[in-house]
Design a protein around this ligand. Structure first.
Ligand SMILES: Nc1nc2c(ncn2[C@@H]2O[C@H](COP(=O)(O)O)[C@@H](O)[C@H]2O)c(=O)[nH]1
Ligand SMILES: [Mn+2]
Length: 366
């Protein structure tokens, strides 16, 4: 069983609950291979930071509730000093983004255009539930650690990163299919239906992030033509929770950045340390995947209990980042996450190489 597991970090350094999930999953006959990323922590069924190659079956719980959660990034090519002369300029931009993009549990007052959901299950009550939220949820951020971050890369250019998923749409689809079984045969009615409906949620997640990206670029003062050019030339938009059909089996990523050879990716650290831009090395030993972040060291409850708000305010002020820094975001403080340097060290040169780094100037959270 252990020969199926390939881990980018020492197994004995992993929290016991996540380790139990790793052994449970690896013990299943239909699981051919399991790769563990350095940001691994306990998840639902398959651990977060787990990539499982499964024979002829697809698993709704291995993909998880936030189908298509992922990252979106652009480099505007414009120097930060040209857009932000003062801190006040950054505060104004943050205010404007909060006005234009619903965050937390909020959704849009006016619906946006999107293709209606027709479920492959044929279940009209599932369709209604999804369609009721579909058009008002597009271009909305969500809560927790979903974020919009405007930063400055190594060249000094303004870059934008967005972390969000398929909102309530993916959650509704995931909850529905999880009741149909832990593993659905690919050639069964429920297997085929889940695959199709999951793909709908994956596309929706990509569009959700892209919609927000266009709004942020508009708020930053770019014209439609400039926005099209920035997106055409520099966009990275990838899902880190998904299942993909491959010749070897069904590849499930639960919190892992796709890292096929030459594929660009985004690894976020935390609201102080920003993001890394990566290129995949296509290392099949680790199922062509990398970490999707730093990963938590403190649960939300423990973070609220243990982190000193004064310390949180101090480090964010020292880094000169415009952000919501109060009790509501205490569980998102940099100390709630693993040290990103260690996480990068565990995978650089093995599954990815780093090509850029972006330091935050503005951070938006729900
Ligand atoms: N640059 C930022 N990175 C952040 C922030 N908040 C969290 N994070 C990182 O993102 C991943 C996402 O994890 P997921 O399981 O929810 O997809 C997390 O592990 C952190 O490393 C932020 O505000 N800015
Ligand atoms: Mn995510």
């Amino acid at each position: 069983m252990t020969e199926k597991i390939k881990s980018l970090i020492q197994l004995d350094s992993i929290e016991p609950e996540a380790l139990k999930q790793i052994y449970d999953v690896a013990s299943l006959d239909i699981v051919k291979k399991l790769a563990i990323m350095p940001d691994v922590h306990t998840g639902y069924d398959l651990c977060i930071g787990g990539v499982a190659l499964v024979e002829e079956h697809i698993s709704p719980s291995f993909v998880g509730y936030d189908i298509g959660c992922g990252m979106c990034f652009v480099d505007t090519g414009i120097k930060a000093e040209e857009i932000f002369k003062t801190k006040k300029d950054r505060e104004e931009i943050a205010k404007e983004i909060y006005k234009e993009i619903p965050v937390g549990k909020n959704i849009r007052k006016k619906p946006l255009d999107y293709e209606k959901f027709h479920s492959a299950s044929g279940d009209s009550s599932l369709e209604k539930k999804v369609n009721d939220k579909l058009f008002h949820s597009l271009g909305t951020l969500g809560s927790g650690n979903h974020f919009i971050e405007i930063g400055k890369n190594l060249e000094g250019n303004v870059c934008v990163t967005i972390h969000s998923g398929s909102r309530n749409i993916g959650h509704t689809i995931a909850s529905y299919y999880m009741k149909k079984g832990r593993f659905l045969p690919l050639d069964s009615f429920w297997g085929k239906a889940y695959l199709e409906d999951m793909n709908f949620a994956l596309d929706y997640a990509l569009e959700n992030r892209l919609t927000m990206m266009k709004i942020v670029l508009k708020v930053l003062g770019f014209t439609e033509k400039e926005i099209d050019r920035i997106i055409r030339k520099t966009l990275i938009n990838e899902n880190h929770n998904h299942a993909v059909l491959t010749d070897e089996g069904v590849l499930h990523r639960k919190g892992a950045t796709p890292a096929e050879e030459g594929q660009k990716g985004i690894i976020p650290a935390n609201m102080r340390d920003g993001v890394y831009i990566t290129v995949g090395l296509g290392n099949t030993e680790f199922l062509s995947s990398a970490s999707h972040g730093a990963g938590r060291v403190l649960s939300r409850r423990k973070a609220k209990e243990l982190i000193d708000i004064k310390e949180f305010k101090k480090v964010m002020e020292m880094a000169d980042i415009v952000a919501k820094v109060d009790n509501s975001t205490l569980d998102e403080a940099p100390f709630a996450y693993k040290d990103i340097n260690q996480v990068i060290k565990a995978q650089e040169g093995v599954v990815i190489k780093i090509v850029d780094q972006v330091r935050p100037l503005i951070n938006i959270k729900g």
